[in-house]
Design a protein around this ligand. Sequence first.
Ligand SMILES: NC(=O)c1ccc[n+]([C@@H]2O[C@H](COP(=O)([O-])OP(=O)(O)OC[C@H]3O[C@@H](n4cnc5c(N)ncnc54)[C@H](O)[C@@H]3O)[C@@H](O)[C@H]2O)c1
Length: 256
Amino acid sequence: MSLGGKVAVVTGAAKGIGKAIAENFLQNGAKVVLLDVDETTAKGLKKVLDQKFGEEKTLFIRCNVESEEDIKAAFEATMATFGCMDILCNNAGILSEDQWERAVSVNLGGVIRMTYAALEKMSQQSGGRGGVVVNTASVGGLGPLASCPVYSATKHGVIGFTRAMAAASTASNYGIRFNAICPGAVQTDLFASVTNCLGPFSHLAHLFEKFAADGVLQPSDVAQCVLELVTEEVKNGEVLVVDHSGKKYMTFPAVF
Ligand SMILES: NC(=O)c1ccc[n+]([C@@H]2O[C@H](COP(=O)([O-])OP(=O)(O)OC[C@H]3O[C@@H](n4cnc5c(N)ncnc54)[C@H](O)[C@@H]3O)[C@@H](O)[C@H]2O)c1
């Protein structure tokens, strides 16, 4: 399925996995709203994307996913520029065991804030045209990462929230499909700096190194899986796990 005529909003789009998701969406015909706190990097990326795809194809808005005010303004600007939104990728995330409250606020709080604000624009119950929400979790959201417990907890939370929202969407006729992607290690700045961000667990850095030694993905590998989640007939609530050994879909039935 082509993404022609579709509008996608991507958080943490300035670099790493978010940047790769944005580029892949553009290559497949979507218009993309790039949200990030890193204005300098995002503006540099926008220039490159303007040359490749045309400046009318993207919009950059500085948006901290910790701020409801920023999020509201970003969605208003999206609607004013493109008139609708069909796809939301909640991708922004940090790993900081030292600043664990911030990690919870960005990784889990950010997904929740963005989702609630997006429902107002996307839900068929609010006059939207429905769509797809893809949340970036991690394999650390399926099993414990001993070297970064808070990061691991936030990603478990992202998966739980995605699955529960999928069930709520079906029960409420939002017309929105919710899925999560769980990548293994991916070659990005977050990945490169992990061992400096483990705070009280820095003595366990060797465990992370062992995990990464199994194999590292490129951001484009993850972006391709996100494209698949958006364009293929994937079940609401399914979680796509992708690591060095390949990819597999996981389904979790709702409890009630
Ligand atoms: N790299 C990996 O090994 C890996 C593995 C699994 C999951 N993930 C997840 O993938 C996502 C992207 O990570 P990445 O590896 O590309 O990291 P990255 O550090 O390369 O990029 C993250 C982007 O998010 C932005 N960001 C950070 N805080 C923000 C905030 N409060 N509001 C808006 N933007 C913010 C940053 O400015 C940056 O542009 C994260 O959710 C991360 O947890 C990464």
